[in-house]
Design a protein. Structure first.
Length: 322
């Protein structure tokens, strides 16, 4: 092939033809909207670092889910902000805990919605770490028991999928065993398999009130420099029973998404996280970028890298734009 016989611009000249040969497309069916549920009534507290996002009480979560479904977003990921925290996160294992209340209320009002519950402890512990602290660090195996109890409680509440995000070794297998032993073998697990110790989570920690009170999470979340290790994490989660694996964050880890897609025959999710979202919003507010074009380009890049599912705070806006 050589110029002038080959002219790739021929396929770009007509917009109808250009759409016909488009390789990567974004659909609302690809998107999951994260939401933050808190205690109280008629609460809709703005999250300062994440414009357009809120901590919402159960009644407002139900209303928000109705609006999202009406716009075409039918999958939601729930994070909980409890009224009271404890040392181990056991507060989240109660059948009357805040996320469980939201699951029951949403399912009562909306039939065609897919509810996913995040499984972790950082929102529920007084110290902000993702599990039980022993000798100044998170104890892996003690934390597994709390995570399994959370999963069972979410299942009893009627959740459609659970998503462990803690990065403890063996948690997918422990949760799968607990679910299967209690009659929930049909319930899928979307595992945060390659979750990096990233600086892009800052706004989320305001939203979920989950900043660690000491140290950091680098002893359990992944080193951002490693991608081979991510493939090992993913392989282990698949072996333990994960139905979908996730890479988090998305934009700085497109190479990891691509490797996961190439190496594993399993649905791939990617989390377009709070810091990625907030940078776009801040630049758009300054008038420095075209927000609509930027968001489409970002989500297309995540899909093009190999993600089948995208968790993004832009989902609500995309429902207006698509």
């Amino acid at each position: 092939m050589s110029f002038p016989k080959t002219r790739l611009r021929r396929l770009r000249k007509n917009p109808i033809l250009q759409k016909m040969v488009t390789e990567t497309t974004i659909s609302l069916d690809d998107l999951i909207m994260p939401l933050f549920v808190c205690s109280g009534s008629k609460v809709k507290k703005p999250i300062g670092s994440m414009p357009g996002n809120y901590q919402m009480s159960v009644d407002n979560i139900v209303d928000e889910c109705k609006q999202l479904v009406d716009k075409g977003i039918k999958a939601v990921l729930l994070f909980g902000i409890p009224a009271h925290k404890d040392e181990t996160g056991m507060v989240a294992t109660s059948d009357d805990a805040i996320v469980q209340q939201a699951i029951k209320a949403v399912k009562k009002e909306i039939s065609d919605i897919f509810l996913i519950a995040d499984i972790c402890n950082c929102e529920y512990t007084t110290h902000g770490h993702c599990g039980t602290i022993v000798n100044g660090d998170v104890d892996n195996d003690l934390t597994l028991e709390t995570l399994a109890l959370q999963a069972l409680s979410f299942a009893r509440a009627g959740v459609d999928m659970v998503a462990p995000s803690d990065m403890m070794d063996g948690r997918v297998g422990r949760i799968r065993l607990a679910l299967d032993d209690h009659g929930f073998s049909y319930l899928p697990i979307m595992s945060y398999s390659a979750k990096y110790a990233s600086a892009f989570y800052g706004p989320f920690r305001e939203a979920a009130e989950s900043a660690p009170k000491f140290g950091n999470r680098s002893s359990y979340q992944m080193n951002p420099a490693n991608s081979d290790e991510a493939m090992r994490e993913i392989a282990l989660d698949i072996e333990e029973g994960a139905d979908i694996i996730m890479v988090k964050p998305a934009l700085s880890y497109l190479d990891v998404i691509r490797r996961a897609k190439d190496e594993f025959n399993i649905p791939i999710a990617a989390y377009n996280v709070s810091g990625e979202f907030s940078m776009v919003k801040a630049a758009a507010e300054k008038g420095w970028i075209d927000e609509k074009r930027i968001v489409r380009e970002i989500l297309t890049s995540i899909k093009r890298a190999g993600s089948d599912i995208i968790l993004t705070y832009h989902a609500r806006d995309m429902a207006e734009w698509l």
